[in-house]
Design a binder for this molecule. Structure first.
Ligand code: HEC
Length: 201
């Protein structure tokens, strides 16, 4: 019996070796899938929350009041959603109102271009894109569109969609504001979601 053992192991060896590589990549694929699912759900919650809050604030106190609300609450809202889910969620864009929301990394810019191209060429637009950073960090991006005319009250054309008082309220808070002249359906920004502690990617 003993003398057959080495053969038995030798026979198994290729199986063990050949299985190793696929096992790791299947594991990684599972990680990516799990992360994408979690991040997709979180961005949907964040989107709903912000929409509800902005519409609610406009109804409650008009657009000028809602500007104050947005500037104070948007970050807090995304922060609290982040903490509850162990993920960091931010909004980024090529034309930020708040300079803190600009495209930050080469990966941000590349993904932004992919979405922009898809919109321009009227291709099917991915619901979300998960990228792997240099250090293996997973980053999820989901497009934010000017989905309704309400957005134009603060992101449309000054004088046409944005009234004078709202403009004044925006100028006071955001002297370098770039977030104007959008029309309905345009790409406005991206949700960017990373695991806690991985924001550098
Ligand atoms: C009442 C005014 C108001 C309305 C209406 C409004 N926004 Fe904004 N939006 C703001 C303000 C103020 C900020 C900056 C928030 C901050 O300081 O983080 C902002 C920031 C953003 C950002 C983050 C990027 C940036 O430019 O800083 C996105 C994306 C965005 N808005 C999308 C939308 C969409 C989509 C809608 C419609 C569903 C909408 N907004 C409606 C006032 C508004």
């Amino acid at each position: 019996m003993q003398k057959y053992l080495p053969h038995f192991i030798l026979l198994l060896l290729p199986v063990i070796i050949s299985c190793n590589a696929p096992v790791t990549s299947v594991r990684q694929e599972e990680d990516v899938q799990q992360f994408t699912e979690k991040a997709g759900k979180l961005s949907a919650i964040a989107q709903q929350t912000l929409l509800k809050e902005v519409s609610g604030a406009i109804q409650e106190g008009g657009t000028v009041y809602a500007v104050a609300f947005c500037s104070q609450k948007a970050m807090i809202l995304t922060d609290s959603v982040s903490k509850a889910h162990d993920l960091v969620i931010t909004r980024i864009t090529n034309k930020p109102r708040n300079a803190a929301n600009g495209l930050k990394t080469a990966m941000d810019s590349a993904v932004w271009q992919r979405f922009e191209q898809a919109v321009l060429q009227k291709d099917s637009i991915p619901a979300g894109i998960t990228e792997t950073g240099e250090k293996g960090t997973l980053v999820y991006y989901k497009p934010i569109f000017i989905g309704m005319p309400t957005c134009l009250q603060c992101h449309g054309e000054p004088g046409k969609n944005i009234d004078a008082l709202t403009m004044q309220a925006l100028n006071e808070r955001y002297p370098d504001d770039n977030a104007f002249n959008y029309t309905v359906g345009m790409l406005r920004g991206l949700w960017k979601i990373t695991a806690v502690g991985d924001l550098s990617e």
